[in-house]
Design a protein around this ligand. Structure first.
Ligand code: ATP
Ligand code: MG
Length: 409
């Protein structure tokens, strides 16, 4: 996807509102983008809410500039230039009945006020008029935004019961914005927490990923436990003792991850004997890359923690891995930067690449040229020669081939 320019996105969202207004419709910015704007955060995307029906929106912007995949729910995507990206334009609607705990059975086109009331939390129920630069607030969202409160719109128990995903959204917003959950909303979540399993694995995995990547991940995870969502989501982790749990929170807060794998490894670390990253990762629909790396971190952390007692070729293979920096950072978060095993890992890692990871003295082609027939024994043979090279017992290609002959002999 082309790079979006926040100023262009904003400009396009304003143009759409103006076009709708010129044609006699009400139109406002709505939801998350208003919240972010008021918090001083640059919105990822803008949503426009309007009195125009999907057909009217389509006619106005033209069939070539609109996508109507979501039209049944009142949502039309309006396509802009590459740098402004698409914008979702949704007809004011209320959601009639949820029989599956996740999706409305039907939507009814209504007023702006009712559209505000169908939204999940008061801070997400705000509209903004980008022309007059005024906030339109039917749900006391501004007060909650100022006070830092996540409060369900309407009856918390009902709203949580309708759509169980809201429980995870509440935790995510509370943690990422450093807010508090309003008590009756918290109570409603605790009462319905076991029902989180009705939400699709993809959505659960996506919410969890966003929480774990965010810098407030420790708070998010603590809230998952407090809301009783952790038990149905990660029963093995929910069962760890207090000491291990406190340490997990502290380490989660300390790490500076670049993707999901490191926080994931830390979260699963206290339950590592009771689960496999594969099972949890697949359940959450996390990517293979994320799962494999988290698995590697958990598998190798004992190595760096005991680095001074490991044979160099063994440790070297860990340290030349792409994930070595994260691995040492993780170990440091548990044992402290001054742990001698970790100090020496850092020292090795800082060595020039040709010292840390010298070019192998021989490769498969060299073995063939030396008269060997390719086969399954090649890999272990090359590995033994490599070990000898790293230990410094052989230093030339000839010595490597001599060793091959001895190992073969
Ligand atoms: P973010 O984009 O950071 O995840 P957001 O609040 O913008 O947060 P979106 O999924 O983009 O989330 O949804 C846009 C708006 O749609 C929300 O602000 C909210 O008003 C409404 N909304 C989204 N999901 C739900 C839901 N599950 N129940 C009720 N309203 C929702
Ligand atoms: Mg959004």
């Amino acid at each position: 996807m082309a790079k979006l320019d926040p100023a262009q996105q904003r400009e396009f969202a304003l143009e759409i509102v103006q076009t709708l207004r010129r044609n006699g419709h009400e139109a406002l910015w709505a939801g998350g983008c208003v919240r972010d704007h008021l918090l001083g955060i640059v919105p990822q995307d803008y949503d426009v809410a309007t009195s125009a029906t999907p057909d009217e929106i389509r006619t106005l912007f033209g069939p070539r500039k609109t996508l109507t995949i979501g039209a049944a729910f009142g949502v039309v995507t309006v396509l802009g230039r590459k740098s402004s990206g698409p914008i979702e334009v949704a007809t004011f609607r209320s959601d009639a009945q949820y029989s599956d705990g996740r999706h409305p059975d039907q939507v009814i086109f209504t007023s702006a006020e009712e559209d505000a009331r169908r939204r999940d939390f008061t801070i997400n129920g705000l509209f903004y008029d980008p022309v007059s630069e005024q906030v339109i607030d039917y749900v006391q969202g501004q007060a909650d935004l100022a006070a830092g409160v996540i409060r369900a719109i309407g009856q918390p128990a009902e709203r949580i019961h309708e759509d169980k995903l809201r429980m995870l959204r509440a935790v995510r917003f509370t943690a990422t914005f450093d807010f508090q959950i309003e008590p009756s909303t918290l109570q409603a979540i605790q009462n319905s927490a076991h029902g989180i399993t009705q939400v699709s694995a993809e959505r659960i995995g996506m919410e969890m990923r966003r929480m774990l990547i965010d810098r407030n991940r420790a708070r998010a995870v603590e809230l998952l436990r407090q809301t009783e969502l952790l038990k149905p989501l990660l029963p093995e982790v929910a069962g760890v003792d207090d000491l291990a749990w406190q340490q997990t929170l502290q380490v989660l807060a300390q790490i500076k991850p670049s993707d999901l794998s490191l926080p994931l490894a830390v979260l699963l670390h206290p339950a590592r004997d009771r689960l496999t990253v594969q099972t949890v990762g697949r359940r959450m629909r996390w990517t293979n890359k994320e799962i494999t790396r988290a698995e590697w971190l958990l598998e190798k952390i004992p190595d760096v923690q005991t680095s001074q007692t490991l044979p160099w070729p063994h440790l070297q293979r860990v340290l030349i891995h792409e994930g070595a920096g994260d691995l040492i950072a993780m170990a440091e978060a548990y044992a402290g930067k001054f742990n001698p095993n970790l100090v020496s890992c850092r020292k090795y890692l800082a060595m020039p690449p040709e010292v840390l990871n010298p070019t192998p003295l021989v490769n498969g082609a060299d073995l063939i040229a030396h008269g060997l027939t390719p086969g399954p024994e090649f890999a272990p043979l090359l590995e033994q020669v490599r070990d000898a090279q790293l230990e410094g017992t052989i230093t030339t290609c000839q010595e490597a081939l001599d060793l091959v002959d001895r190992l073969q002999g």
